[in-house]
Design a protein around this ligand. Structure first.
Ligand code: AVJ
Length: 323
């Protein structure tokens, strides 16, 4: 007898109206900015996967090797029969390494990219018989309610947040986000989180300026998406990808630089650009081990253990809710 996959899908994504509102609000700021969560339409997910394969973008490879080497030790810390909740599950390739070692009771992947979530989560349900998989399509930058599934009842809740996506938030935003995670997992809960380490600026600058131009295309796809979904008329040739390491705050900044003075229309609205003006599209903060531990303590977590790769490029931290 074959056991059928236990799989449910919960759609909690707001409609395209909030995309429009966020775009207009961001482009009306004195320093124009757009939220990086909007990178991930279907083309954006494809391009992000391609970035992970470029020779320059080291984080995904470093974290994957780290998981391959240390998943056993991580699983012992997390304990068996927990419920695993993942933020920004994406292709969930690193998750499979953890699932193999951990064998949790339930797996709740949460992601903003609907189609990628559907396929990655249903394939996990198929490949891990007996694992209850409840996928939630949602914007986890706001507090969210978990789906009501058996596997979450009375289980120790662990949030897995790989990929250094926490780096998209400012330290202040990250502290409040970690506070939400602490409330979600509750007393006895834990957080396993991947965080890119501070390092030489040359290596960081190369990682966000790959020679094939995949990162540039990923950045520009945000404007293409606004054209497609909001009926705008951005001329992609009139903007250029810009990424640089801003050393004092310890962050990569990505921008889209307007190459000329221009006016863009977004369903009836006009947005003006000066030549040389930029749209700030992403921050990617890098943390030392102690820098991240201090941030986590301030948000109600105790650092328990951390792991790094041989080249010390990337760190995975395990934290528990303070008692
Ligand atoms: C997926 C947010 C972790 O910040 O490195 C990769 C996104 N942007 N190249 C990162 C990204 C440009 C990535 N995160």
């Amino acid at each position: 007898m074959t056991r059928s996959a236990v799989f449910s899908f919960h759609d909690r994504l707001p409609d395209t109206g909030s995309f429009f509102d966020d775009v207009i609000a961001g482009l009306s700021l004195p320093r124009k900015a757009l939220p990086p969560k909007y990178f991930y339409d279907e083309r954006g997910c494809e391009l992000f996967e391609a970035i992970c394969g470029t020779p320059e973008y080291y984080p995904t490879r470093a974290e994957t090797v780290l998981m391959q080497e240390r998943a056993g030790a991580m699983a012992r810390r997390l304990g068996s029969r927990c419920a695993l909740i993942e933020y920004g599950s994406g292709s969930a390739r690193k998750t499979r390494i953890l699932l193999d070692a951990l064998a949790p009771v339930a797996y709740v992947p949460i992601d903003i990219a609907r189609e990628q979530l559907k396929s990655a989560a249903s394939e996990i349900a198929r490949d891990y018989p007996g694992l209850e998989v409840a996928a939630v399509c949602a914007d986890y930058s706001r507090p969210l309610a978990l789906p009501e599934i058996d596997g979450l009842d009375a289980r120790r809740k662990i949030v897995y947040f790989p990929g250094s996506t926490v780096g998209n938030l400012t330290p202040a935003e990250a502290a409040s986000f970690l506070g939400n995670v602490r409330n979600l997992v509750g007393p006895g809960g834990g957080l396993l989180i991947g965080v890119d380490l501070r390092k030489d600026a040359a290596l960081l600058n190369a990682a966000y300026n790959d020679r094939q131009g995949v990162t540039a295309e990923f950045n520009l796809n945000l404007l293409a998406r606004i054209n497609r979904e909001l009926g705008a008329d951005f001329d992609l040739a009139a903007f250029r990808h810009q990424a640089f390491y801003n050393e004092p705050p310890g962050r990569i900044e990505m921008h889209l630089l307007s190459l000329r003075r221009q006016r863009v229309r977004i369903s009836g609205r006009a947005i003006r650009f000066r030549a040389g003006e930029t749209i700030h599209t992403e921050n990617s903060y890098k943390y030392s081990v102690t820098g991240f531990q201090t941030l986590a303590r301030g948000a109600g977590f105790d650092p328990v253990k951390w792991w790094t790769d041989a080249k010390r490029l990337f760190a995975v931290h395990y934290l528990e809710v303070q008692r």
